[in-house]
Design a protein around this ligand. Structure first.
Ligand SMILES: [Zn+2]
Length: 85
């Protein structure tokens, strides 16, 4: 996955209210982490302090995840609409 795609996925994740966003390792009450690129590496940083997360979790790197965490719709809603209880 190229950096552009990874940044796109991370930014979508951080703005998706169905998932828990990546947060500051110093203080979880700080603003959610933002994305930047440094020396060809994608990293997350806290806008409120100097916290930087260098390691991007593997599931963000796996394009072929069957259960796509970035999907816009609620899977349970889809199941209910199709008659599942
Ligand atoms: Zn912070």
């Amino acid at each position: 996955m190229d950096n552009k795609r990874l940044i796109e996925r991370l930014m979508t994740w951080q703005r998706n209210d169905r998932v828990h966003p990546f947060t500051c390792g110093n203080d979880s009450s700080h603003a959610i982490l933002d994305v930047f690129e440094e020396d060809g590496k994608v990293k997350l940083f806290c806008p409120d302090c100097d916290y930087v997360q260098n390691n991007i979790p593997q599931f963000m790197l796996d394009e072929e995840n069957i259960f796509d965490p970035l999907m816009e719709y609620d899977i349970m809603e889809v199941l209910r609409k199709n008659g599942f209880k």
